[in-house]
Design a binder for this molecule. Structure first.
Ligand code: NAD
Ligand code: UDP
Length: 320
């Protein structure tokens, strides 16, 4: 392992100014790393990392990973990619470039400097799953030509690249498949269900349920997710994944809406809207592997996590 003049591991976090990336940077600094946060601010926000800027072990680079970059680092957490359907469908060709060319650039960097690299993959790999809950061995049910394909197929290709760089060039890879994660610092305008419902409830606007609200997701609080991601990075080299990370507690979207209404004390009405194309009907991780290999499982209940998230969005709304 290379060390710098502070005797700290140098860790690159791509997408470090985003929701998950900013929590990861914060946690790695607490764990005594030297953190390089790289972002093009497409969906990331400077306010997410503002509190870290004065830290002498924290460095910020504005860069788009579609272009190569040369750095000396020991580990790479590769998170750069818009994650919400609104954002990744805004410029689908760019989403594919970010996933494919961006991953090639980061894997090339890992190969050159012999860094260990972790891919933030996704439950979208499974598409609209026919197997429930989803184990890592399931190959998925993905539409290759639909509006979500730029993200789903982009992430699938990124996983392929990770495993080919591993087999062909012996790059030390780690792949985690992240299921829906929520918490403070989600982008307020990203249209994801937790942030949208909380903001709508706090502003007294209608809660927009797509479809009947019978579809399910399994929501993991950000602190639990960051713990799982770091545990995966710290496994021995022979452990590559993919490993599912998420909360196996499955919730119907209608139940999520009612829970948020109760926790915010809001009297917003519920409004039913058309279901977007290819919206998966159900999603729940099988986390047997994460339990066995990482000794990890989520600890924070949906209710406790939502309370923290509501506090955050209340503050954002007050500031505005
Ligand atoms: P986010 O949109 O908040 O963060 C992504 C970050 O990547 C942003 O800061 C954005 O500006 C940056 N970025 C995007 N394209 C870039 C590019 N070309 N070059 C440099 N930076 C770029 O999303 P998030 O929820 O924090 O997700 C982080 C990662 O985790 C993503 O790869 C996402 O696919 C994955 N993931 C997240 C979830 C979730 O529920 N949050 C679920 C599955 C997978
Ligand atoms: N959803 C909804 N209303 C919203 C936003 C999302 O009913 O305002 C639904 C969406 O159709 C999906 C689920 O909530 O079934 C989760 O959506 P999100 O975009 O958060 O994540 P993903 O679909 O990528 O899991």
């Amino acid at each position: 392992m290379r060390i710098n003049r502070w005797d700290r591991e140098r860790i690159l976090v791509t997408g470090g100014a985003g929701f998950l990336g900013s929590h990861l940077c914060e946690r790695l600094l607490e764990d005594n790393a030297y953190v390089i946060c790289l972002d093009n601010y497409f969906t990331g926000q400077r306010r997410n990392i503002f509190h870290l800027i004065d830290n002498k072990y924290f460095e910020l680079i504005r860069h788009d990973i579609v272009n190569p970059i040369f750095l000396e680092v020991d580990k790479i957490y590769h998170l750069a990619c818009p994650a919400s359907p609104i954002h990744y469908q805004y410029n689908p060709v760019k989403t594919i470039k970010t996933n494919v060319m961006g991953s090639i650039n980061m894997l090339g960097l890992a190969k050159r400097v012999k860094a260990r690299i972790l891919q933030a993959s996704t439950s979208e790999i499974y598409g609209d799953p026919e197997v429930h809950p989803q184990p890592e061995s399931y190959w998925g049910n993905v539409n290759p030509i639909g509006p979500r394909s730029c993200y789903d197929e982009g992430k699938r290709c990124a996983e392929t690249l990770f495993f080919d760089y591993h087999r062909q060039n012996h790059v030390a890879i780690k792949v985690v498949r992240i299921f829906n994660t929520y918490g403070p610092r989600m982008h307020p305008d990203d249209g994801r269900v937790v942030s949208s419902f909380i903001i709508q409830a706090l502003l007294g606007e209608p809660i927009t349920i797509f479809g009947e609200g019978e579809q399910t997701r399994s929501f993991c609080y950000v602190d639990d997710m960051i713990e799982g991601i770091i545990k995966m990075m710290e496994t021995p080299d022979n452990i590559t994944g993919p490993i599912n990370l998420g909360n196996p507690e499955e919730t119907r979207i209608i139940d999520l809406a009612n829970m948020i209404l109760r926790l915010t004390g809001s009297d917003s009405e519920i409004r039913f809207m058309p279901l977007p194309k290819d919206d998966p009907q159900k999603r729940r991780p099988d986390i047997t592997k994460a339990k066995q290999i990482l000794n990890w499982e989520p600890r924070i209940s949906l209710e406790d996590g939502l309370k923290e998230t509501i506090k955050y969005f209340k503050k954002i709304i007050e500031e505005k």
